[in-house]
Design a protein around this ligand. Structure first.
Ligand SMILES: [Zn+2]
Length: 421
């Protein structure tokens, strides 16, 4: 079957979710069908969710990906969503700024924590920036490590953040979102969105590690290496707010004392900050002609628990027909309760992942649970062969099948999930 190139070639009764293989990062283009009033009208309107790659997870596809987005959308994006301020979600808006400047963008959706007119957001960002700078300085001379990778993902994003805050050149079109927002109308006819994250509460933003009962802890056959994003020491968890954590600005003379007092290493601190940032993710549940598409960014435990406790997950989860797996399939990013709450065989899933720079991503037991729950309708980005890019490890799951699951197709730099509607 030929791969549709232009939106015009897309079936008018199909939602297409295109997951690009971008490296370690996320870049999803979702195309929703429009009712055409006359011949020659656009058949689909497009939503771009994230466009970034981790500095240590690049595979050289970014330029080609952005060129493809330009081609299939005719440079028209109704909505751009930047889920959170990590390089692996937004670096492309910086490195390909010239290309994005030529797009016609309707709205840019951002987490409330980016709104510098919001006093609480401004305070949080100031503290996070100071902490990230101190940690970055501390780790600068250190050899390559998982903590260093976490900090490198956090720093150097100021330009992308500024461009997105500016509505990608369309000043005034940035929209700051908070859990509980109900967007009954969007720039796309018939598309509505319920915003499930990030929570307004900085306490929830600081919650990162699920209790063991919400983990997929079972070791896969052949064993799984420990998560690089280690379970944090108790004192770093729920009882310690992100606010409080971020208030600590490392000064060299204080550093040792800090480590002793907290019983936590600088590395733990780096992971804590990294996770707090993931919890700022915009979580969008799209509703379109009876289809429900859940895009949680890199939401981790605090973000998820907020809406699982404050919304009606028993109403939402069983309806989901498409799930973008959170945080590249890491251990602490999809609570068991979420997978268990979705209807077996009703939804398809996509995970943008690769085992570099973090070898324990994606988490094998979680992938197995999703494989089973979707009835093998799950596709991972690292199944796509790209010269020089990491291949899935032989112990990982699910393994690439002979034939893609029903409803999926493969392109040069992407997989498509086609959802009839
Ligand atoms: Zn990410």
């Amino acid at each position: 079957m030929p791969i549709p190139k232009k939106s015009k070639e897309l079936d008018p009764k199909t939602i297409r979710v295109r997951m690009y293989r971008i490296g370690f990062g996320d870049c999803f283009l979702v195309s929703f069908p429009l009712s055409q009033s006359k011949k020659g009208d656009d058949t689909h309107a497009h939503v771009l969710i994230d466009c970034g790659v981790h500095p240590n997870g690049r595979i050289g596809t970014m330029e080609g990906v952005v060129d493809n987005i330009a081609e299939v959308t005719d440079r028209k994006l109704s909505i751009v969503i930047a889920s959170h301020a990590h390089a692996d979600h937004i670096s492309g808006f910086d490195t390909c700024a010239d290309k994005f400047a030529q797009f016609d963008v309707g709205e840019v959706w951002l987490p409330w924590t980016w709104n510098l007119k919001d006093k609480e957001a401004a305070k949080l960002q100031k503290k996070h920036t100071a902490l990230a700078a101190a940690l970055s300085q501390h780790l600068a001379a250190a050899p390559k490590s998982k903590a260093k990778s976490a900090i490198e993902n956090l720093t150097g994003n100021a330009h992308a953040v500024a461009l997105l805050n500016d509505g990608l050149g369309v000043s005034g079109k940035a929209k700051y979102l908070t859990a509980g927002d109900d967007l009954e109308k969007t720039p796309i006819p018939n598309l509505s969105a319920r915003i499930l994250g990030p929570p307004r509460s900085v306490e929830f933003l600081g919650k990162m590690d699920p209790p063991a009962s919400q983990h997929y802890l079972r070791l896969a056959e052949g064993g799984v290496t420990e998560s690089p994003i280690q379970p944090f020491q108790k004192r770093w968890l729920a009882n310690r707010e992100a606010e409080e954590m971020a208030a600590i600005v490392l000064k060299s003379e204080e550093e040792k004392e800090l480590e002793t007092t907290l019983g936590s290493s600088v590395e733990d601190l780096a992971f804590s900050l990294d996770n707090a940032k993931n919890n700022e993710s915009v979580v969008a549940l799209f509703a379109f002609r009876g289809q429900y598409l859940l895009f949680p960014g890199d939401a981790q435990y605090g973000n998820w628990t907020w809406w699982l406790d404050h919304e009606s997950p028993e109403e939402i989860l069983p309806r989901v027909t498409f799930f973008k797996v959170s945080h590249h399939g890491s251990v602490n990013a999809t609570p068991k309760r979420v997978v268990e709450g979705m209807s077996a065989g009703k939804f398809a899933a996509m995970v943008s992942t690769q085992s570099s720079p973090w070898s324990s991503i994606p988490r094998v037991p979680l992938m197995e649970a999703l494989d089973e729950k979707t009835k093998q309708r799950i596709v991972r980005s690292d199944w796509l062969d790209i010269d020089g890019a990491p291949k899935p490890s032989p112990e990982t799951a699910p393994a690439k099948p002979q034939k893609l699951p029903k409803g999926f197709q493969q392109g040069r730099l992407w997989f498509d999930c086609l959802i009839p509607c």
